[in-house]
Design a protein around this ligand. Structure first.
Ligand code: MG
Length: 362
């Protein structure tokens, strides 16, 4: 069967993604930055790149990369402090544009959203025509470019928006969907993180075709509930609905160290970039969390977690780091040494009904 085509209720999904969002806003507002390699984020020893302009990406600079690494890759890199209040205002502008087309808008972050326009197509208008209109309006209103993907499910729409970036449009029709995922490396699949991708590669599963060759039974045995999702997406099938109220439950970052950490001083240092990474994501996703959890894995692979819930949302990166350092003192130092540390923020002030978790791997 052709998924989507034979689906009793095929959807028309658009994924909109602003191009190098934070960096583009900075280049828009400061002409001196245009055409230059720009990184949004702190340049300090423990800073992390929150976003990189396309000129910086040429050098291999990527978001979530330590600033020190970025500066080494691109010596002329210009670091700019983030201005989340401006990014939030632009985000509000694009969401107002989305709302003119459908109530079914699911934001993934400040600069990205799924739109389901299936039941909201004006007479004679296709989803592709709407995507074109939205891109034009975003440019007109914000002075920034967005890329759009159009397809019959979320998974393929998101893949599509990435195809012709920046300032691109890509449509994946139901007859092309299953074919499209065959050559795709598993690491490019949305929903397959770096850890899972590594696990798959170790099993000889490198592409969509490799995944498709496995039975549903095999994939669920190896990957649990996610196995069915992998089985589906390797066929271009994705039944997830665009849900405007989808909520993230937690944001976490963790790092496995080349050498086990033996002292509190080492742990304190290791927690700093993790807190920076979590905080960047928290700001980007407009979240306010009250529960801080730290995780430590010892050299014998025993794992412990410790958590603290506050009466108020964690207010700053400094507060997050301070609490994490307090918590780590409950479990460290330990003669076994810590091979991994992680920080998670949860307890967001929103209805708690979504399965979504955002993992950031160092
Ligand atoms: Mg983007």
């Amino acid at each position: 069967m052709i998924p989507g085509a034979d689906d009793p209720s095929p959807r028309r999904i658009i994924h909109i993604d602003m191009d190098a969002f934070f960096a583009s806003v900075e280049q828009r507002d400061n002409p001196a930055l245009r055409g230059r390699p720009v990184a949004v984020g702190g340049s300090s020893q423990r800073g992390v790149v929150a976003a990189a302009s396309y000129e910086a990406r040429v050098f291999g600079v990527r978001s979530a990369m330590p600033s020190v690494t970025a500066a080494r890759l691109c010596p002329d890199l210009i670091f700019v402090k983030s201005r989340f209040e401006v990014y939030r205002a632009v985000s509000q502008q694009i969401r107002e544009i989305f709302a003119d087309y459908t109530p079914l808008v699911e934001p993934l972050s400040l600069d990205e959203a799924y739109l389901d326009v299936t039941d909201h197509l004006p007479d004679g208008m296709t989803a592709t025509a709407i995507a074109k209109q939205i891109r034009a309006r975003i440019r007109q209103v914000t002075g920034l470019t967005a890329s759009a993907g159009v397809s019959y499910n979320k998974f393929l729409a998101k893949l599509a928006s990435d195809q012709n970036k920046p300032d691109g449009l890509c449509v994946i029709t139901p007859d092309r969907g299953p074919e499209f995922v065959l050559k795709l490396p598993v690491g490019k699949f949305h929903g397959i993180g770096p850890a899972t991708a590594a696990k798959m590669q170790a099993m000889g599963l490198h592409t969509g075709a490799d995944l498709r060759a496995q039975s549903l039974e095999f994939l669920t045995r190896r990957f649990g509930k996610a196995g069915r999702y992998y089985w589906n997406i390797s066929r271009g099938v994705d039944f997830r609905r665009v849900s405007p109220d989808r909520i993230r439950k937690s944001v976490g970052a963790e790092n496995t160290f080349a050498a086990d950490l033996m002292t509190l001083d080492q742990a304190d240092q290791a927690l700093e970039p993790l807190a920076a990474k979590v905080w960047t994501a928290v700001a980007r996703h407009e979240l306010q969390g009250r529960t801080v959890t730290i995780k430590a894995k010892f050299s014998d692979f025993q794992q412990v977690t410790r958590a603290r819930s506050l009466g108020h949302p964690v207010a700053s990166e400094t507060e997050l780091l301070t609490i994490a350092r307090d918590l780590v003192r409950i479990v460290l130092p330990d003669p076994r040494g810590a091979r991994l540390l992680g920080i998670t923020l949860s307890g967001f002030d929103v209805p708690d009904d979504g399965p979504e978790q955002l993992d950031l791997f160092a």
